[in-house]
Design a protein around this ligand. Structure first.
Ligand code: IDP
Ligand code: MG
Length: 136
């Protein structure tokens, strides 16, 4: 049975800064993701804190929020069969050092914090994250 889903993807500041937006979008498109909506924005730190609220107790929370709000990001809604899971596979492991060959983080990630992309980790979070950035 088909299960077309939407998921939220972010091209993070380190990748935008290196002009990797078009390259990363081309990877999504080539892998069959439809980019349904996109917008380039710069978050305030308070927005980043809201977005990453699930991590608020982690030792890296403050750095993470500083980082996500440090420069422009490209936020996208991606659509595909099993989009949430398939995007996580295409992104690769959180730490680029552990990411599989051919994944976005392996190709472009610099470090565990500057790992180039965000992707929702469950259908429920995908919905919440899409609503966070694309109300209406
Ligand atoms: P994910 O982005 O692969 O879903 P999460 O565990 O949700 O990984 O963490 C969110 C983001 O927080 C990661 O993408 C990464 O940039 C950062 N992060 C995760 N773990 C660490 C850590 O141990 N040190 C520093 N930053 C981390
Ligand atoms: Mg996550």
């Amino acid at each position: 049975m088909s299960n077309i889903q939407q998921t939220l993807s972010i091209i993070k500041p380190d990748a935008v800064e290196r002009n990797l937006e078009e390259k990363i979008k081309a990877i999504f498109t080539k892998e069959g993701f439809n980019i349904v909506k996109e917008k380039k924005i710069k978050l305030d730190k308070s927005d980043a804190e809201k977005f990453y609220k699930v991590h608020e107790t982690k030792p890296f929370y403050n750095d993470l929020c500083e980082y996500l709000s440090s420069g422009p990001i490209l936020v996208m809604i991606l659509e595909k069969e099993e989009a949430v899971k398939n995007n996580r596979i295409l992104m690769g492991a959180t730490n680029p050092k552990d990411a599989e060959e051919g994944t976005i983080r392996k190709k472009f990630g610099i470090s565990i914090d500057k790992n180039s992309v965000h992707g929702s980790d469950s259908p429920e979070n995908a919905k919440n994250e899409i609503d966070f950035f694309f109300q209406n």
